[in-house]
Design a protein around this ligand. Structure first.
Ligand code: 5GP
Ligand code: ZN
Length: 117
């Protein structure tokens, strides 16, 4: 069910602490940790603690929680002293989504091209 921890979900396991991660920030509702395969000097994932399959599902089911995630992306940028950065929600396998627990990528610390690949 939306919001409930899923046994087979990698990011639910990171929230539960059963899989280790380099956690950089935590709030009552969110966790932020470094991506295991960073694509930029700063590459942090911000996730809601509750399980929602992607950003759109999160925004529909729990808009306040979606706002919490967005606020945390700014907090990461501040902590990492990023003037410019990119927030990405890959949605669907064709766009590169591989983990089906909503997450914002916060990327920065180098020039970022537009359009993205
Ligand atoms: P997606 O491809 O779904 O947009 O993003 C999933 C991200 O999770 C990828 O950037 C990938 O490198 C990262 N990732 C996958 N497994 C792990 C893990 O075990 N720990 C951490 N910290 N990141 C992971
Ligand atoms: Zn999950």
């Amino acid at each position: 069910m939306a919001g409930e921890p899923q046994d087979d979900c990698l990011f639910c396991k990171i929230v539960a602490g059963s899989i280790p991660a380099t956690i950089v920030r935590e709030t009552e509702t969110t966790v932020a940790f470094r991506d295991i395969n960073p694509q930029a000097p700063t590459h942090v994932l911000v996730i809601p603690k509750a399980h929602h399959k992607d950003a759109a599902a999160l925004a529909t089911a729990a808009p306040e929680l979606a706002a919490d995630v967005l606020r945390e992306t700014q907090a990461i940028a501040d902590e990492e002293k990023l003037d410019s950065y990119r927030v990405v929600f890959n949605t669907g396998s064709g766009a590169g989504q591989t983990v089906w627990h909503a997450h914002a990528h916060v990327l920065g610390g180098r020039g970022l091209q537009w359009p993205p690949g």
